[in-house]
Design a protein around this ligand. Structure first.
Ligand SMILES: C[S@@+](CC[C@H](N)C(=O)[O-])C[C@H]1O[C@@H](n2cnc3c(N)ncnc32)[C@H](O)[C@@H]1O
Length: 328
């Protein structure tokens, strides 16, 4: 998951694994750059001075792009890195990877649209909150005519299996999120960071970010700065009665320790029991929630996330919402 370094794993191996497992076939530029870092003792030594969680490949490359460094070839980037290391180091200490991908709403939508309306959406690990606006985007599944808000960006998603493809977006009457470090879509610096986190070749994602950020900036969500485990119950209690409360998370729980994930799952089980009709939607990499993965009838295809409703797996997603496979 985004090459988060682990104690006991050599940094060169972290960068090599990120290149071959995450970047190959997705970003030739990042694959080349990470393989370059993996074989460069001087650059590895610089990165190795940072605290373990700050040595992440995606963080390094995002900071290079935020600061305007070259990413077209390894030798140019390494020369730039050596010359600008103090600035790079400062940003790598100050920032975290918080990729906020509005496209992930395409994975959530078939469940959201099928629930009793209206909805109260509560996202844990919301980043800037762009996944809280499924009602304000347009969706095209398998190239069909888009439905939803014509003023919003069109989110394309390819389906496989018996996906209950919706024909309308949900009605959202309340939206809130919690994040350790909520990003502010009205702050150009935060939007620049979100933009820098999108990999070089992904032009359409940058366009979508700009459109989604403009929508959120015009009607910002309630975003609370806190650990999700500390805030989720209090925030859930603020959801209006008469709406279906949906607590969801995408690409978040991998950042938590296994004990903190267990604590969150126990909280969610309690919340679902305490407020009948509440729905818990998780969209995480396989292995992040072993109890969910253990209930899968088939192995997870490479590079897929697992979408689960109340702990029961229902589909496989693609990382940016570009594909969705329903379990039969
Ligand atoms: C990769 S981003 C995903 C953002 C968003 N869910 C999406 O899919 O676009 C993960 C987010 O989780 C947040 N996060 C990680 N651990 C957290 C915690 N313990 N409590 C609250 N937020 C957390 C990070 O700050 C980051 O913004």
């Amino acid at each position: 998951m985004q090459g988060i370094p682990h104690a006991g794993t050599a940094l060169a191996d972290t960068y090599r694994a990120f290149a071959t497992r995450e970047c190959a076939g997705v970003s030739p530029a990042y694959e080349h750059l990470c393989l370059g870092v993996a074989g460069d003792a001087e650059i590895l030594a610089l990165i190795g001075q940072l605290p373990l969680p700050r040595r992440q490949p995606n963080l390094l490359l995002g900071v290079v792009r935020l600061l305007g460094g070259p990413t077209g070839g390894y030798l140019a980037m390494r020369a730039w890195l050596v010359a600008h290391w103090d600035a790079v180091r400062a940003q790598m200490l100050a920032r975290t990877t918080q990729t906020n991908e509005a496209g992930r709403t395409a994975v959530l939508l078939p469940v959201l649209a099928g629930l009793p309306q209206p909805l109260a959406l509560l996202e844990v690990g919301a980043s800037a909150g762009l996944c809280l606006y499924p009602d304000r985007y347009a969706f095209s599944y398998d190239g069909a005519a888009p439905f939803g808000d014509p003023a919003g960006p069109v989110i394309d998603c390819a389906t496989a299996g018996p996906v209950p493809v919706p024909d309308r977006v949900p009605r959202v009457v309340w939206r809130a999120g919690v994040d350790l470090n909520p990003l502010d879509v009205t702050d150009p610096g935060d939007v620049a960071w979100l933009r820098a986190l999108i990999w070089p070749e992904h032009t359409a994602r940058r366009d979508r970010l700009a459109a989604a950020a403009a929508i959120a900036a015009a009607d910002p969500p309630l975003l609370v700065r806190a650990d999700l485990n500390d805030a989720v119950a209090d925030l859930a209690a603020r959801a209006p009665a008469g709406a279906t409360l949906v607590v969801f998370h995408t690409a978040v729980l991998a950042y938590l320790s296994p004990a903190d994930r267990d604590r969150f799952c126990a909280t969610m089980t309690g919340l679902v029991a305490a407020r009948p009709g509440t729905v818990w939607l998780s969209n995480e990499a396989p292995g992040v929630l072993p109890a969910v993965t253990a209930r899968l009838p088939v192995p997870v295809p490479p590079g897929r996330t697992v979408l689960a409703r109340d702990g029961r797996p229902v589909a496989f997603g693609m990382p940016h919402g570009q594909g969705l496979t329903w379990l039969g």
